[in-house]
Write a protein of this length. Structure first.
Length: 161
C-alpha cells in the first residue's frame, strides 16, 4: 500500500499497526477516528465474545432457529473486544501522517471470566492469543461510553459510509 504526503508524492507504507484502546485513551482515539472518517468511508468491524453457550440441535437448524440461538448467545454474553478498520475507496488504511497504516482494537471491561457465561474453549483460545482478562477488567473501556462516542463519531447514521 502507498500513501500520499503533503507534496502529493506517493510514499510506501511499511506496516499495519493496531491502536489498542483502553479507558485512558478512548476519547483521544475517537478524535483520531473523527479526523480521518471523511477520507476513509469504508468501515469493517470484528467482535470478540466469550464463545457460544447455547447450541442448536441439528434437527432444528433452520434460519429462524439459527437466528434465535445466535440472539440468545449475544443477549447472554458480554462483549470483550471490537476491532475497527477504516479504509478509503482504494482500500488504503489511515496513516495518521506516518509511514504506517492503522486499525483500532477497543478493549471492554464488562466481561468477568469468573462470573459471566462463556465457553471455556473460547476463553482458552483468547488466552493463547494473549488476551488478558484481568487487564480488561481494570483498564477496559466502559461499553456505554463507547456507544455514546460511536454515536458522535460520524461512523453511524452516516449516508456516506
Amino acid at each position: 500500500m502507498e500513501r500520499e504526503n503533503n507534496n502529493n508524492m506517493t510514499l510506501p507504507c511499511t506496516s499495519v499497526m493496531t491502536r489498542s484502546v483502553w479507558s485512558y485513551n478512548l476519547e483521544s482515539e475517537f478524535e483520531l477516528i473523527r479526523s480521518v472518517i471523511a477520507l476513509h468511508l469504508f468501515i469493517s468491524m470484528d467482535t470478540e465474545f466469550p464463545g457460544v453457550v447455547f447450541q442448536s440441535y441439528p434437527a432444528f437448524r433452520q434460519p429462524q432457529n439459527n437466528y434465535a440461538v445466535m440472539k440468545a448467545n449475544m443477549d447472554s454474553m458480554h462483549l470483550i473486544q471490537v476491532g475497527l478498520t477504516l479504509s478509503d475507496c482504494h482500500g488504503n488504511l489511515p496513516t495518521l501522517g506516518t509511514s504506517n497504516r492503522f486499525i483500532w482494537e477497543f478493549n471492554f471491561r464488562e466481561f468477568d471470566v469468573t462470573q459471566h457465561p462463556h465457553a471455556p474453549h473460547s476463553i482458552a483460545l483468547l488466552r493463547r492469543q494473549d488476551m488478558d482478562f484481568d487487564k480488561n477488567r481494570k483498564f477496559g473501556v466502559n461499553i456505554m461510553r463507547f456507544a455514546e462516542l460511536m454515536m458522535l463519531s460520524g461512523l453511524l447514521c452516516n449516508n456516506n459510509i
